[in-house]
Write a protein that binds this ligand. Structure first.
Ligand code: AMP
Ligand code: MG
Length: 517
């Protein structure tokens, strides 16, 4: 197997090359050399053929012994230069100091036959200097969730890091899933994630917090050169353009999450990609019954800082922390404030065009705001499934408003009856609004179905794939991956589009997830 490595991050930025794995601070470095630890009995559980293609890898190569050894961390391939990145972060609103890749080890950056650069990173491959007191490992359940969701997100058309492979290590990992004093042994796994960049807001924050100004400038220059090649090196205001682009990417990402009902769950600044990618899949979730205050993360259950509808304002807050970190390197603070103002503008634009499209409205009109708001308010009060609602709404005929078309989106018969009259009235307004536009119902249905997915990897579905994988049965994951490849198609197997069943309401992994992974 030949991969062409060109490891710019480690070649162009200073690192701690001692190779020592003990936990420590690494001032003056953007990374620390790290070596994956050996695993007992690696076994390939799943891989993404689309990501394999990005890396010019053939099926036979992925199924080879060489691949298994390399992507479980047991034997490096020529050209790999493994490292863990140094970053800090604001966690749940407070500065947490140095964090860093505590259980992610980048193997290197490859350039594929089309000249695209992809960094390969093993998550769960063992301790690094940033592991603090933790083990650097990951359990099968969280690794499977990351593998599945990265690829599902990509096929939904939403920027994300990708996942090449899911490998069982054969080594047990001890985890106390709900931090309640009940640790158990769980199977360990390693995901190979793939991204053009793994740089996070936190990579800049750590340098600013240590007053490492020169290094901060170097990292900014490096990031623009490698990850934002469209920004000309000659341009005098390249810093301004860059920060504006970062703000734009973040504004676009968060609107996309809301479009599909995704809750990241841990939007700490160390989990914010500089490229506006979805990164670090932990206790994430997909909203079933629409609830703006919903979060799957039990660690955030009281405060709900990272709940569904808070994600836009949290993105803004995170960008403000990034702006503070960049301040000393930037020619003026006003450039950063302009970037933040640009975020506000773009976010509003994106949300409004996203909602217009979700409802199948031909163009954005100010008068539509209340129609849209009222729909979400009713969905919340009557406990209506968001994904199902929008697919059903697409079927409505404007001249014959028929509420029964939406009935399948309700979870509870009594709530349906209680809200029937209000939904009827809303549907009347909606159909009246549609009558003012010139497209046919069928055209509108197709447009709506292109932005409202039929399939999202609901939490309970992922949990079913985990339960099966724990019994060495990978067929459930394979089925989910097939559906994830075409999330907007109508003919997804019905068992994969069913609303959350009642048994999933209080089953761990389905509606409650912790950061333990
Ligand atoms: P996360 O909540 O996954 O974004 O992680 C926050 C920080 O904790 C990052 O620096 C991670 O690398 C680190 N971390 C999380 N889990 C582990 C683990 N099992 N071993 C070592 N470091 C970890
Ligand atoms: Mg993280």
């Amino acid at each position: 197997m030949r991969l062409d490595f060109d490891n710019r991050f480690v070649n162009e930025l200073p690192g701690d090359q001692s190779g020592l794995l003990q936990s420590r601070l690494t001032p003056g470095a953007c990374w620390a050399a790290a070596h994956p630890s050996q695993v007992a009995k690696p076994r390939l559980l799943a891989y993404s053929r689309e990501v394999a293609e990005l890396l010019d890898l053939q099926d036979e190569q992925i199924r080879s012994e060489e691949f298994l050894n390399a992507f479980s961390g047991n034997r490096l391939l020529p050209g790999m230069s493994p490292y863990a990145a140094r970053y800090g972060g604001h966690q749940f609103g407070s500065w947490a100091g140095q964090l860093g890749d505590g259980r992610a080890i980048s193997l290197g950056e490859i350039v594929n036959s089309r000249g695209q650069r992809w960094e390969l990173q093993l998550k769960g491959a063992g301790a690094t200097p940033y592991s603090r007191r933790a083990d650097g490992r990951a359990v099968l359940r969280s690794s499977l969730r990351e593998f599945l969701c990265s690829e599902a997100m990509h096929h939904l058309g939403i920027p994300t890091t990708r996942a090449l492979s899911l490998i069982a290590t054969g080594d047990p990992v001890v985890r106390d899933m709900f931090y309640d004093g009940n640790p158990i042994m769980e199977p360990g796994a390693i995901v190979c994630r793939v991204s053009s960049s793994f740089i996070r807001f936190g990579n800049f924050e750590i340098l600013a917090s240590y007053g490492e100004r020169d290094l901060l400038n170097r990292l900014i220059s490096f990031t623009i050169d490698r990850d934002f090649p469209e920004i000309s090196t000659q341009s005098e205001d390249r810093y301004a353009i860059w920060f504006r682009t970062v703000c734009e990417g973040t504004a676009s990402l968060v609107a996309e999450w809301l479009r599909v009902g995704f809750v990241h769950g841990v939007m700490n600044t160390d989990n914010m990609s500089i490229l506006g990618l979805t990164i670090d899949y932990g206790p994430y979730g997909w909203v079933d019954n629409f609830d703006p205050g919903w979060t799957p993360n039990t660690t955030d259950a009281d405060w709900r800082r990272y709940a569904l509808a808070n994600q836009p304002s949290i993105s803004r807050w995170n960008l403000e922390r990034l702006a503070e970190a960049l301040e000393t390197a930037f020619p003026s603070r006003s450039i950063l404030d302009e970037g933040l103002a640009h975020f506000d503008e773009k976010l509003q634009e994106n949300l409004s065009s996203m909602l217009t499209a979700k409802f199948g409205l031909a163009r954005t009109q100010d008068e539509d705001a209340s129609l849209i708001e009222d729909a979400f308010e009713l969905m919340h009060r009557a406990s209506v499934d968001m994904t199902e609602f929008f697919r059903s709404l697409a079927k409505v005929k404007r001249h014959t408003p028929d509420l029964s078309l939406l009935k399948g989106a309700f979870y509870q018969e009594d709530l349906y009856r209680d809200h029937e009259a209000k939904f009827d009235a809303w549907l009347g307004r909606y159909c009246a609004r549609l009558s003012g536009q010139s497209d046919e119902d069928e055209e509108r249905r197709l447009r709506m179905n292109a932005v409202n997915p039929r399939f999202v990897p609901r939490n309970y579905l992922a949990q079913q794939a985990i339960d099966a994988a724990m019994q060495n049965d990978m067929t459930v994951l394979e089925k989910l991956m097939e559906a994830a490849r075409r999330p907007y198609d109508e003919d997804i197997p019905p068992e994969l589009t069913a609303k959350r069943p009642d048994w999933a309401l209080d089953k761990p992994g389905c509606s409650m997830l912790s950061c333990s992974s």
